[in-house]
Design a protein around this ligand. Sequence first.
Ligand code: IMP
Length: 175
Amino acid sequence: MRELISAAQLAKRIGEMGKEISRDYKGREPIFVGVLNGSFIFMADLLREVTIDCEVDFIKLSSYEGNASSGTIHLRKDISSDVAGRNVIIVEDIVDSGLTINFLKSRIEDSMPSSVAVVSLLFKREVAKLNFDLDYVGFEIPADYVVGYGLDMDQKKRNLKGIFSIEDELEKNCN
Ligand code: IMP
């Protein structure tokens, strides 16, 4: 595995993102909605860098089997908050094809919030097809499959402290 982003780089960038969000949302008491499972570590670290009053909720969606998207989004667990009239910030671990976030953003918008923003730790700009611009991005990365810091490969590797590309291993397994 090749390390793309170290634990120290993650901490530094997430600190900056927390400051930026705190400044933009001062007095607006946002609800952060994390997308499970991948965003749980990012959410925990980001929230501790946010210095304004806020709430947190989670939604669970899935589309991936192994390291490939099935193309269909399944809702496994919905949010429990009423977001009508609230400022929602969706927290994603990674935007890859954009399928999940396009689906989720329009689903949240159907609940009549005051605003919806999206923060994603990682963004594969080369391959993403989005109906909107992301509001906060941690790092733009190449289209390689990555693991660590909450991101998995078949449910494993979430516990790694940095972000690692596993393209070399995937190639080895195919040859
Ligand atoms: P998208 O719908 O293709 O944008 O993918 C969104 C979801 O797929 C993310 O929230 C992740 O759970 C998963 N995913 C996409 N790319 C990767 C990756 O490189 N590593 C781990 N999970 C990924």
